[in-house]
Design a protein. Structure first.
Ligand code: HEM
Ligand code: SF4
Ligand code: SF4
Lengths: 245, 571
């Protein structure tokens, strides 16, 4: 079966478009809008539900992301070389992935419930946030659906995305997308991939940018920071990078 | 020895009348914006009382500041770097809005637009956070003047720590006011807690600031500061704090709170200190030694060795001179009457206080004795154990001796100067009893009672090479985009390139006149209106012709842009 036009668009064009948006968007946002680059924490308004939901969501998500990195980036032959059979991998990935996914989804559920029901938090929710929540929840839901449908209830080996989605994903990075690999992927995965691409395209323009300022350097710097006023030149605004002297 | 300069403040608590002028002028200048409704860079709390936010001094609960580990190492009480990162997704040690108070406005519009009826229309309180009706239960100074404190006073963390039951009958208790701003600490726990490194201590004058471009809203600084003087702007998602009015300080003007203080009780000036000793002093093993230890790291600006070291470390000549004339140095080290607030937090705070003698004077006077007689006051000071111990809990980690010494000096000054006022000689024996000379008493009296503006505020301007760069001194509107620049970027009010302080003020003024407010959309929040111009929405539509041709929201603001707080232009 030949690769159809919509498949070219979804698997060959959309990923590049969203990746370009993602990278250029992040650069643009960082240069233009450092002031808007924040978690916009709402802990001041509500503490109890956040304490439950936010760690659940974030830690769940961290494991989900790690799982994706392993699943998509590392070729099957490599894990095989370590003596990990496809079966072991499938069970491990499915169990851990499901736990992490459920944690993230539950956390997100709590966060969204909190956002809707706490008056002050709801008022602080922008339209941008709402769109982001829809897409974010969409990605996770679609991913969970694909996992449960095909991995948990899909027979003993599930759907082996490491033969199809993984190589396709890597071929994108070689700038030589091999669409024949992915053309028979189940619909659930297609939906997950499409929404994920949209999420990455939206990322720089939402509050999610905070993920890219995870403060890892904190562990290495001295506690007290001194800074000279000269660096800052009073309160006069500095020219933006692209505007010349 | 590494000499650094620190702009510091001393407040003379005896003179504070609790009028809150400082809080209000500060708010008008800096935090009169949405997102900052609950923020008081300067607040005045009645002691005994709960403080703002409530019970902030209870570090067992809020875990602000530093502590020593069992091995005597200094660590953040809320946990070190790794712990911060592990708990970054939620921070239960951050006070909730209800620990401050839920800001509100009134439905003023109802007073005008309610239909005619039997009953007087009322302006109901509306939450500024949710827009809903609300019952007002607390505010920034709810227990002002011990109001309602028979119910809450025993929750005062200071009293709890003393495990002392103070008479809650108002006529039997003591009371004084404690105005508070950020301490601009030498070992700031807020800076140490900031994961993104956005907070910093300015190397030149020690002012502690938040870089708004680098803050990512991790809100750990709020926990870190034991004085709870970093606030979270819930609109922009960034931390903000008292800036010691640095745009004013840089041009030699005192802070807004000092400038407007009705009691004229605030002093501003430089001290020189040995930055190499910060870690060692903050790790002083015994809490009660911290006051003395911190004093020992302040350097005598008249000492030739210190002067030489200061020159070596690049402190300009006029700054050294300013340090020599500093009222702060004199109050802390010459007269030894100023004490740090809660030294046991180990942040080495640099806003110090002259503890109030008034609780003692009040008791003596109300018992019918002569409250200006040295001997009577001295014996009252040592007998009134509870006020003394309360002050010691605030200023010397519980050690009553330094507080007693200060109060005795103030009492000696009081009685000695009465003699002088009555035309008699200054009694040297009274001065000698507190380890001072008559001349010292006179000088201290001069500084505390009649010092003029230039003596209270000794502020060297930002150094000349860089002064020309300061936007505040040039025309603040020669800035691309100018004052016409729009309010918010594409991601809400918080986004877009940062604006210089002056332009920001301009926009803040324009936007706060038309700030969104839940009760009557499209109308000016009168609480935020500064009385200038007729911004759109000042009058209900159709009631006033000007409401329609009022132009853009900012159209009335240029006149007010150079308000009374604006530093004079220069170059
Ligand atoms: C490791 C990097 C990350 C860190 C340190 C981090 C930290 C935070 C913090 C501190 C908050 C504010 C919570 C509050 O006080 O209200 C937050 C909120 C949030 N984060 Fe993250 N985050 C990270 C990565 C991510 C990622 C990868 C995503 C999603 C793809 C994400 C999605 C969210 C969402 C949706 C919220 C808003 C929660 C709400 O209030 O409803 N974060 N994050
Ligand atoms: S008082 Fe000021 S400098 Fe000290 S820790 Fe708090 S915010 Fe930081
Ligand atoms: S303005 Fe002065 S007298 Fe009034 S409350 Fe503030 S510090 Fe006290």
């Amino acid at each position: 079966m030949a690769v159809s036009t919509w498949q070219v668009l979804v698997f060959g064009v959309l990923p590049y478009v969203s990746f370009a948006l993602f990278v250029l968007g992040l650069i643009w946002r960082y240069r233009y809008d450092k002031f808007g680059w924040t978690t916009r924490s709402s802990e001041l308004h509500e503490r109890r539900l956040l304490r439950l939901g936010s760690p659940l969501f974030h830690f769940g998500l961290i494991f989900v992301i790690l799982g994706h990195v392993v699943g998509l980036v590392i070729p099957k032959s490599w894990t095989g070389a370590f003596g990990i059979t496809a079966e072991m991998y499938h069970i491990g990935a499915t169990v851990m992935g499901t736990i992490a996914g459920v944690a993230a989804l539950t956390g997100l559920g709590i966060l969204i419930y909190r956002r809707r029901t706490t008056g002050a938090v709801f008022r602080a929710t922008t339209r941008n946030d709402k769109l982001m929540y829809v897409v974010l929840a969409g990605v996770i839901l679609a991913g969970m659906y694909a996992t449960i449908r095909h991995q948990v209830f899909g027979g003993s080996h599930g759907y082996d995305y490491r033969e199809t989605v993984g190589p396709w994903f890597r071929s994108l990075w070689m700038l030589d997308p091999d669409l024949t690999l992915i053309q028979d992927v189940p619909v659930a995965f297609t939906i997950h991939i499409v929404i994920a691409s949209i999420l990455f395209g939206l990322w720089p323009f939402t509050r999610l940018v905070h993920a890219f300022s995870a403060p890892v350097t904190y562990t290495m710097r001295p506690y007290v920071v001194y800074r000279s006023r000269d660096e800052h030149r009073g309160s006069r605004v500095q020219r933006r990078g692209w505007e010349g002297p | 020895m590494k000499v650094m300069a620190q702009m510091s403040m001393v407040m003379n608590l005896d003179k504070c009348i609790g009028c809150h002028t400082c809080s209000v002028t500060c708010k008008q200048a800096w935090t009169n914006r949405s997102g900052m409704e609950y923020v008081w860079f300067n607040n005045v709390e009645t002691r005994p009382g709960l403080g703002y936010p409530r019970t902030y001094q209870d570090q067992d609960r809020w875990k602000g500041g530093w502590k020593l580990t069992k091995r005597g190492k200094l660590t953040l009480r809320a946990g070190g770097r790794w712990r911060k990162l592990a708990t970054i997704f939620s921070n239960p040690l951050m006070p909730n809005i209800h620990d401050y108070y839920e800001p509100w406005t009134y439905e003023y519009d109802m007073l005008l637009s309610a239909p005619q009826g039997k009953h007087t229309p009322v302006a109901k309180p509306k939450s500024l956070l949710t827009g809903d009706d609300m019952a007002i239960k607390w505010s920034a100074n709810w227990d002002d003047d011990l109001g309602g404190s028979t119910e809450t006073m025993q929750d005062d963390p200071v009293l709890k720590h003393m495990s002392e039951h103070v008479a809650t009958e108002l006529e039997k208790t003591f009371m004084f006011y404690l105005p508070r701003i950020c301490e601009h600490c030498l070992n700031p726990a807020c800076v140490a807690s900031c994961p993104s490194g956005a907070m910093y201590k300015r190397a030149e004058d020690g002012i502690v600031l938040v870089d708004q471009d680098k803050c990512r809203g991790w809100r750990m600084c709020v926990t870190g500061c034991p004085y709870k003087k970093v606030y979270f702007n819930h609109k922009t998602g960034k931390a903000e704090k008292c800036t010691l009015c640095y745009p004013r300080i840089e041009v030699g003007l005192p802070t807004v709170c000092s400038e407007t203080c009705v009691g004229r009780l605030r002093y501003l000036g430089l001290v020189l200190y040995d930055a190499d000793r910060v870690g060692e002093v903050a790790a002083t093993p015994d809490e009660t030694d911290l006051y003395a230890a911190q004093r020992s790291m302040l350097l005598d600006p008249h000492d030739p060795e210190v002067i030489a070291a200061a020159r070596r470390d690049g402190i300009p000549e006029d700054w050294i001179q300013a340090a020599q004339r500093s009222p702060i140095w004199r109050l802390i080290s010459d007269f030894e009457v100023a004490l740090p607030l809660h030294p046991e937090y180990r942040t080495l705070p640099m806003v110090w206080y002259i503890p109030p003698l008034s609780p003692v004077v009040d008791v003596v006077a109300s018992s019918g004795n002569d409250a200006e007689d040295g001997r009577t006051l001295f014996s009252a000071i040592s007998q009134l154990r509870i006020p003394l111990q309360y002050l010691a809990e605030l200023f010397t980690a519980g050690d009553t001796r330094p507080v007693e010494k200060v109060l005795r000096r103030l009492a000696a000054m009081r009685s000695a100067m009465r003699e002088v006022n009555l035309g008699r000689d200054l009694p040297e024996d009274v001065a000698g009893a507190v380890g001072m000379t008559g001349d010292q008493i006179r000088e201290m009296y001069r500084l505390l009672a009649i010092a003029k503006y230039e003596e209270r505020y000794v502020i060297p301007t930002a150094h000349t090479e860089i002064a020309a760069e300061l936007d505040e001194m040039a025309c603040s509107l020669d800035y691309e985009g100018g004052p016409g620049m729009g309010g918010g970027g594409p991601f809400g009010t918080a986004s877009g390139a940062p604006t210089p302080v002056a332009v920001e003020n301009f926009h803040a003024l324009a936007s706060r006149q038309t700030a969104d407010h839940p009760s009557t959309p499209g109308r000016v929040n009168l609480l935020n209106w500064d009385g200038n111009g007729t911004p759109e929405g000042l009058f209900p539509p159709g009631h006033h012709p000007e409401a329609h041709d009022g132009g853009t929201p900012g159209s009335s603001a240029p006149g007010s842009e150079t308000g009374p707080d604006k530093p004079p232009a220069g170059d």
